[in-house]
Every structure is written in C-alpha cells, then in structure tokens.
Write a protein that binds this ligand. Structure first.
Ligand code: BG6
Ligand code: MG
Length: 222
C-alpha cells in the first residue's frame, strides 16, 4: 500500500457497518431457504455478506438452482425482499450499531467527505429510517453500477462522485467481498469483523465501536 497519501474521504458500507441490517438480510434468506427446503446456516450466510441479491440467491441455492426457472428465481428474490422490507419497519434512529454515530462524527470533524457504498437497493430506505440520509455527500447503492462487490466499481463511483481520487479514500467494510472491492479500487481497506472474514484488509477491528479513525489517519500519515 502506498502510505504517502492524503486522505480526503471515507466510504462506509451500510449493512453491518452503520446498522445491523446484515442480521435482517440473514433472517430473510433463512426464511426463504426453509420454505424451499434448503439448509442455510449462519455460517453459510457469511459468504452472502456484501453481495447482491441475485448473487446471494445463487450462493444460497447452489446446485439446487437447476430446479428453478427464471420466473421462480425472480419470485424468490421478490419474496426475500418482502421479508427484508418488513423487518426494516422496525428500524428507528436508535438502531445504529454501537460506535457508528461517533465514527460518522469523527469523519466529519476531520473535514473528510463521506459516502455510503452499499450493494443494497434498499440503501435509501434504511438511511431514511435511521434519519441520516442527509449526512452523506454521496450515496452509492445497488442502482449505481452494474458490477457489484468484489468488483471495485461501486467504490470508484463513490470516489468520482465526491471528486476525490481512489487513493484518497478509506473504505469501512464488514464483508470479505467489500474488502476485496476496496483493495481492487486501490483504496485503504478497513475491515470490521473476524480475521477469517476481513483479515485481508489493511486495518482490522472486531467491531465498529473499536474502529479508531485517528489511529488509521496517524498511521497513514507516517
Ligand atoms: C448488501 C448486503 O449490502 O446488500 C447483502 O450486505 C445484500 O446481504 C445486498 O444481499 C443487496 O441488498 P438488497 O437490499 O438490494 O437486496
Ligand atoms: Mg455489509
């Protein structure tokens, strides 16, 4: 990693970084899997973090996908989204992950730009429910680019929209695919979660509350 860079922006993933919607995605997929008679565990779900709805379905079905026609696949995705959307109704401005508001405040107080970079097509709804849709300079979501994580496109799009170079961006991610995307974009990757999931990031913390922006910026400034 080129350390002689001036950081200008932070791009945050949404699900599993700002709020615990990763858990709601899991429960919605688990319900669908049960209905389809497919075993789907919390461990299996790790591979779905950060990836699009369509790719998630393909991972969930595995070889069973051959049983289904395109119309049924669409129906299953709609059903999962309905379950997920129902769970979003519970979200209020109290539903930040611990440490997320403080992290957003720290980013702002450092004068950095701030974007959301999420594969979700429900990004705006979640941000609205949390009451922070106005807080971001740019919202890059499931509608912004064709190729989703682990491709770098979504983060590159966010950087371009903020008017900063990719090398000036820090990405905060809870998904293996998101960390890979950040590395592919040649950004500074901060992983949140266990070593086996996000250990390939430049920096790793167990939780959002543990992310130390000053530590990262000081380290990068050396
Ligand atoms: C990502 C989540 O942010 O968005 C994935 O980590 C999810 O779990 C993906 O599948 C797509 O979300 P949606 O809301 O468009 O189905
Ligand atoms: Mg995530």
């Amino acid at each position: 990693m080129d350390r002689s860079r001036e950081i200008g922006a932070v791009i945050l993933d949404l699900d599993g970084v700002i709020t615990d919607t990763a858990e709601y995605h899991f429960h919605a997929w688990q319900r669908v899997a049960e209905e389809e008679g497919i075993t789907f565990t919390r461990e299996d779900n790790e591979a779905l973090r950060g990836v699009s709805r369509r790719q998630s379905l393909e991972l969930l079905l595995g070889e069973h996908i051959e049983r289904y026609g395109e119309d049924t696949l669409e129906e299953i995705m709609d059903r999962k989204n309905r379950y997920y959307r129902n769970s979003l109704e519970q979200i209020t401005p109290a539903d930040f992950l611990e440490g997320a508001p403080a992290l957003l405040a720290a980013i702002r107080s450092r004068g950095l730009k701030m974007a959301i970079g999420s594969a979700s097509k429900n990004t705006r709804i979640v941000l609205q429910r949390l009451g922070i849709i106005e807080a971001f300079d740019v919202i890059a979501d499931g509608y912004s680019v064709e190729r989703t994580k682990p491709a770098p496109d979504l983060f590159l799009y966010a950087a371009e929209q903020m008017g900063v170079r990719p090398g000036q961006c820090i990405v905060i991610e809870d998904a293996a695919s998101g960390v890979t995307a950040a590395l592919a974009a040649e950004m500074v990757a901060v992983g949140v979660g266990p070593e086996e999931r996000v250990g390939h990031a430049h920096y790793r913390y167990d939780t959002i509350a543990a992310v130390d922006l000053d530590e990262i910026l000081d380290d990068l400034a050396q």
